[in-house]
Design a protein around this ligand. Sequence first.
Ligand SMILES: [Zn+2]
Length: 80
Amino acid sequence: MALRLSCPNCGSRPFTEFWFGGELRPLYREGMSPEEDYRRLWLPENAAGRQTERWFHHAGCRRWLTAERDTVTNEIHVVH
Ligand SMILES: [Zn+2]
């Protein structure tokens, strides 16, 4: 079965209705060194397993959502 995301506004939809926005990046913290800020922005974890990602529902409500997806199985666990 194809990957589906459950949009909080539109319900369960095929992933082709969404644009992948990448891993959810940590926010900038006061006092963060330039190296830490560079890593935060440009070096994603790209881990095998569960990760938090941003997706944009371009063919539906046109809103961003946050999903936890297992990168090995493509199973979506939580959508906010
Ligand atoms: Zn939607």
